[in-house]
Design a protein around this ligand. Structure first.
Ligand code: BES
Ligand code: ZN
Ligand code: ZN
Length: 502
C-alpha cells in the first residue's frame, strides 16, 4: 500500500473515503468531525441526534457525500468511551473499517492526523496505530488460490492529512514505524500460513538469506554436521525421524559498537509437528504447520530492528526441524544428550519443542548472551490455560518479565505471567537421566518452562508460550483468520525500550 502524507484541508481531499473516529456520548463534536459535519450540511450531527450514530466501539457508519465533498464517503467509526481510549482501539477500529471498505471496492482512503494528548496518546502513536491497524486488518494469504473470479480489490493508497506543516515529522515517524512493525508481523504471518511442504527447515533458511540480504543482517546457517560437532544431541534427536535436513539459523544485528550480545532471541522452528512416534490425533493436525511461529516471529522482529536502526546488539537463533515418525525416528524411552552435557529421557516425542530449544538456549549461553527471550508454540496446556487472548510468560528475571509485559501492553498483545515455583521442578525428574521431557501431574505449560529454565541457566531469561496466540480461528480485531504475527510487535517494542535505556 502506498502511504502519502499531505498538509491541507480534508474537505478538499478527493478520495474514496475519509475515516474519522468518534467517542461515545460526546455532545460537542471535535475537529475533524465538526468540519466534515459542516461540509455535509450537519448530516453527522443529525444522525447523532437521531441515535443512528452512537460512537460505540467499532460501530461503523458510512455516509455517502453525494457530491457535497470531493471525497465519495465519510466513515464515522465509534471509538467507545473517551476514558477507555487506547492505541489498540485505534488499530482494531481501522482494521474493521478498512475491511468493510474493501468489500465495497473502495481503493483509496484518507485519514486525519488527530488524537493528540487523549489519554496521553501522542499524534505519532495514533498515526502509528492507524497504519498498523489498516495494514494488519487488510492482510490476506491467497497465494495458493487459483482461478478465483471475484478477487476483492485491495485498498492501494492511504493519504494522511496533517493540519499543519509543523506536524509532518511526527506523522512521518508514526506512519513509518507503523508500517515497519506491521510489515514485520505480516512477514511472520506469511511464513506461518505457508504450508509445511513449502516451509521446510531449508525453506526457512532461504527466507533468512533473503531477509539478511534485504536488511543487512549477518547470517550463519549451521547444518547437521556442524550441529553434531557442537553436541546438539537433543535437536538432532528430533530431526532424525524426518528426511528434511535440520537447519540452525543465526541472524545477527549490530547496532552499537561492541562485541557484546545485548539480547538473544530464540524461536521454536518446528516446520511440522506430527508428534513423531508419539503421533498426534489426525483431527486438526494440519494446524501443526504453524509450529514454527516462534522462529518466524523472531526472524520478522529482526527485520524491524534493523530498519529502525536501534542502538543495540541482537542475535536471533532459530532451530528449524521437522518432527516426523520416520524409520530412524526418536522413540519414547530414548535418552539424548544436549549441548550443555545434560541428558534427557524422552517420555513423548511430541514434547519436541523443548528439546530443540534446550540446545538453542545452551548455545545462546555459550555465545554469552546477556539476556535471552525465547518464543515457542510450546504447549497445548498454555492454550487451555489462557486461550487465544494472552501469551503465557515465564522467566527467571522480574525486570525482563515486567519489560515484556509492558511491551505487550503497548502492542496490544496481552502477556500473562505464570508462576515458576521450585516445587514444579519435581515433576521433570527422570529415573534414568538428568531430566525428562514430559511431566505428569498437570501444569504442563509451567513444567515445560521449568525444563527450559535448566538450559537458560543464570542468564536473565523470558519464555513466551504462544501456542494459543500465534493462530486465530476467526477474524478478531486486526487479526485475520490464520497466523496472527504475535508477538513480533511486542519483541520490537521491548528491544526499543531496552535500547533507549542505554
Ligand atoms: N506443538 C505442540 C504444542 C501446541 C499445541 C502448539 C497446540 C499449538 C497448538 C507441542 O510440541 C506439543 O505437542 N506439546 C505437547 C506436550 C506434551 C506431550 C507434554 C502438548 O502440549 O500436548
Ligand atoms: Zn509436539
Ligand atoms: Zn511442537
Amino acid at each position: 500500500m502506498k502511504i502519502s502524507i499531505v498538509v491541507g484541508d480534508i474537505t478538499r481531499q478527493k478520495t474514496g473515503a475519509i475515516i474519522v473516529g468518534l467517542f461515545e456520548g460526546k455532545k460537542i463534536l471535535d475537529s475533524p468531525v465538526v468540519i466534515l459535519d459542516k461540509a455535509l450540511r450537519s448530516v453527522i450531527s443529525r444522525l447523532i441526534k437521531s441515535g443512528q450514530i452512537k460512537g460505540k466501539l467499532d460501530e461503523i457508519n458510512i455516509i455517502h457525500s453525494l457530491g457535497e465533498l470531493p471525497a465519495d464517503r465519510v466513515v464515522v467509526v465509534g471509538m467507545g468511551k473517551k476514558k477507555d481510549f487506547t492505541t489498540d482501539r485505534i488499530r482494531g477500529a481501522f482494521a474493521e473499517v478498512c475491511r468493510q471498505l474493501k468489500k465495497q471496492r473502495v481503493n483509496d482512503i484518507t485519514i486525519v492526523a488527530d488524537g493528540v494528548g487523549i489519554n496521553a496518546i501522542t499524534m505519532e502513536d495514533s498515526i502509528q496505530a492507524m497504519t498498523e491497524g489498516t495494514l494488519l486488518g487488510l492482510y490476506s494469504f491467497r497465494k495458493y488460490m487459483s482461478g478465483i473470479e471475484d478477487k476483492p480489490i485491495d485498498i492501494k493508497k492511504m493519504t494522511i492529512v496533517a493540519d499543519r506543516k509543523a506536524n509532518i515529522p511526527l506523522v512521518e515517524n508514526g506512519s513509518r514505524r507503523g508500517r515497519i512493525l506491521a510489515e514485520a508481523a505480516i512477514l511472520a504471518r506469511d511464513m506461518v500460513n505457508e504450508p509445511a511442504n513449502y516451509m521446510t527447515p531449508t525453506d526457512m533458511a532461504e527466507v533468512a538469506v533473503r531477509v539478511a540480504r534485504e536488511h543487512g543482517l549477518e547470517l550463519t546457517v549451521l547444518d547437521e554436521k556442524e550441529m553434531q560437532k557442537l553436541g546438539m544431541g537433543a535437536l538432532l534427536g528430533v530431526a532424525q525421524g524426518s528426511c528434511q535436513e535440520p537447519k540452525f539459523i543465526i541472524l545477527g544485528y549490530n547496532g552499537r559498537n561492541s562485541d557484546e550480545i545485548d539480547i538473544t532471541l530464540v524461536g521454536k522452528g518446528i516446520t511440522f509437528d506430527s508428534g513423531g512416534i508419539s503421533i498426534k490425533p489426525s483431527s486438526r493436525m494440519e494446524e501443526m504447520k504453524t509450529d514454527m511461529a516462534g522462529g518466524a516471529a523472531i526472524m520478522a522482529a529482526m527485520t524491524a530492528i534493523a530498519q529502525l536502526k536501534l542502538r543495540i546488539n541482537v542475535t536471533a537463533m532459530i532451530p528449524a526441524v521437522e518432527n516426523l515418525p520416520g524409520g530412524a525416528a526418536l522413540k519414547p524411552g530414548d535418552v539424548l544428550k544436549a549441548i550443555t552435557g545434560k541428558t534427557i529421557e524422552i517420555i513423548t516425542t511430541d514434547a519436541e519443542g523443548r528439546l530443540i530449544l534446550a540446545d538453542a538456549l545452551g548455545y545462546a549461553n555459550m555465545l554469552k548472551a546477556k539476556r535471552i527471550i525465547d518464543v515457542a508454540t510450546l504447549t497445548g496446556a498454555c492454550q487451555v490455560a489462557l486461550g487465544s487472548i494472552c501469551t503465557g510468560v515465564f522467566g527467571n528475571d522480574q525486570e525482563l518479565l515486567d519489560g515484556i509485559i509492558a511491551a505487550g501492553d503497548i502492542a496490544g498483545e496481552p502477556m500473562w505471567q505464570m508462576p515458576m515455583y521450585d516445587e514444579y521442578k519435581e515433576q521433570n525428574k527422570s529415573d534414568i537421566a538428568d531430566i525428562k521431557n514430559a511431566a505428569k501431574g498437570g501444569a504442563g505449560a509451567i513444567t515445560a518452562a521449568q525444563f527450559l529454565a535448566v538450559f537458560a541457566g543464570n542468564t536473565p531469561w523470558v519464555h513466551l508460550d504462544i501456542a494459543g496466540t500465534s493462530f486465530a480461528d476467526k477474524e478478531r480485531k486486526y487479526y485475520t483468520k490464520g497466523a496472527t504475527g504475535v508477538p513480533v510487535r511486542t519483541l520490537v517494542n521491548l528491544i526499543m525500550a531496552i535500547s533507549d535505556r542505554k
